[in-house]
Design a protein around this ligand. Structure first.
Ligand code: GDP
Length: 304
C-alpha cells in the first residue's frame, strides 16, 4: 500500500489536491462547482466521457439528497469513481487467471517502449516469490535488444528464458517454450511479443499465429492476453488500447509508469470507456514495483 501511495504521488498532487480544494472552497454546489469539477477530472485524464458521466451522476445525487454543500457529496464522488464499472453491469475481475493445476500461459502485447519487458520481469519475480515455477519466452525476435533485455530480467528474477535468434521466427520460439514449459512442469509461462504498431496488419497476423501455436499445445491457453500501456502517454494509451482491443482478444491491462505521471486518471478512463480490467500497475523501475490494481484503493489513494 505504501508503494501504491508513493507511486500515485504525482497524480495525487494535481488531481487529488485539486479535488480536495474544490470540495473545501465551494460553499454551494452550483453550476460553477460542476464546471470546475469537470475541468479537474478532464485535467487528470479521466477522459471527457467519464468526466461528464461522473458530473451528471453527481448532479442527480445532489438533487436526490437535496444537498447544498459540496462536502455532503464528497463521498458520493469517490463511490462513483470506483463504481462506474459496476453501474454498467460489468464484473471487474482484477485477478490474474492463474490456473490451479497445470500450465498457465500469459501473452504480453503492446507497442515498443511501453514497459512490456520490465513488467514481465517484475511479474516473474513476484510469482516466483509465491513459490511458482516460472519460464519466460523471448518472442520479440525483431529487436536483438529486446531478447537481451528479457534475458537480463530473467537473471534478475532467477527464472529460465527461452530464446531464439534475433530475426528468427517468433512462432518457433513460442512453440519451443510451450514444449519446454510442459516438459519441465512450469506453472506460469510469460511470453514477450514484438510491438511494431507501424505495421499493424503484420503485427496482428503474427499475434494470431502465436496464439494458434499456444492453443495447439494447450487448448485452454493463453489464459491471459495482457496489453501493456504506458500511463505517461495519457490519451495516446487509450488509442493503443482501442486498436489492440479491435484485433486481439485482450483479457486485461497492465498500466506501467503510473509513478511518472500526474495523469493517473487515465486508469479510470481506459477501464470505464473500454471495459477492460486493469490487472496490474507499474509504480517504478525496480523489480518490486508492480502491484495488483484495486479500483477502491486507487481512488481512495487519490484523495489522501
Ligand atoms: P518494452 O519495449 O515495452 O519492453 O519496454 P521496457 O520494458 O524496455 O521499458 C521501457 C522503459 O520504461 C525502461 O526504461 C523501463 O525502466 C521503464 N519502465 C517500465 N515500467 C516502468 C514503471 O512502472 N515506472 C517507471 N518509472 N519506469 C518504467
Amino acid at each position: 500500500q505504501e508503494k501504491y501511495d508513493k507511486g500515485l504521488e504525482k497524480t495525487r498532487k494535481t488531481f487529488g489536491e485539486r479535488m480536495n480544494e474544490l470540495f473545501a472552497n465551494f460553499r454551494t454546489v452550483d453550476e460553477d462547482f460542476f464546471e470546475e469539477l469537470e475541468e479537474t477530472l478532464i485535467g487528470a485524464d479521466v477522459g471527457f466521457d467519464t468526466a461528464i458521466r461522473i458530473s451528471e451522476s453527481l448532479r442527480q445525487e445532489v438533487k436526490l439528497r437535496n444537498a447544498k454543500k459540496p462536502a455532503e457529496v464528497q463521498n458520493a464522488i469517490i463511490e462513483k469513481l470506483v463504481n462506474l464499472y459496476e453501474e454498467e453491469g460489468m464484473d471487474e475481475v482484477n485477478e490474474l487467471a492463474i490456473q490451479p493445476d497445470g500450465l498457465t500461459v500469459m501473452l504480453f502485447v503492446g507497442v515498443n517502449g511501453v514497459g512490456k519487458t520490465t513488467s514481465i520481469g517484475k511479474l516473474a519475480h513476484q510469482l516466483k516469490q509465491e513459490g511458482k515455477k516460472i519460464m519466460l519466452a523471448a518472442a520479440d525476435t525483431f529487436r536483438a535488444g529486446a531478447i537481451d533485455q528479457l534475458v537480463v530480467w530473467g537473471e534478475r528474477a532467477g527464472v529460465e528464458v527461452v530464446r531464439g535468434n534475433a530475426g528468427g521466427d517468433p512462432a518457433a520460439v513460442v512453440f519451443d517454450a510451450m514444449r519446454r514449459a510442459k516438459e519441465e512442469q512450469v506453472d506460469v509461462l510469460l511470453i514477450d511479443t514484438a510491438g511494431r504498431l507501424q505495421n499493424k496488419v503484420n503485427l496482428m497476423n503474427e499475434l494470431e499465429k502465436i496464439q494458434r501455436i499456444i492453443q495447439r499445445e494447450e487448448p485452454t491457453a493463453p489464459h491471459e492476453v495482457l496489453l501493456v500501456l504506458d500511463a505517461t502517454t495519457g490519451q495516446n494509451a487509450m488509442v493503443q488500447a482501442k486498436q489492440f482491443k479491435e484485433t486481439t482478444n485482450v483479457t486485461g491491462l497492465v498500466l506501467s509508469k503510473l509513478d511518472g505521471t500526474a495523469k493517473g486518471g487515465i486508469v479510470l478512463a481506459i477501464r470505464n470507456e473500454l471495459h477492460l480490467p486493469v490487472k496490474l500497475v507499474g509504480l517504478g523501475e525496480g523489480i518490486d514495483d508492480l502491484e495488483p490494481f484495486n479500483p477502491n484503493e486507487f481512488v481512495i489513494g487519490l484523495f489522501k
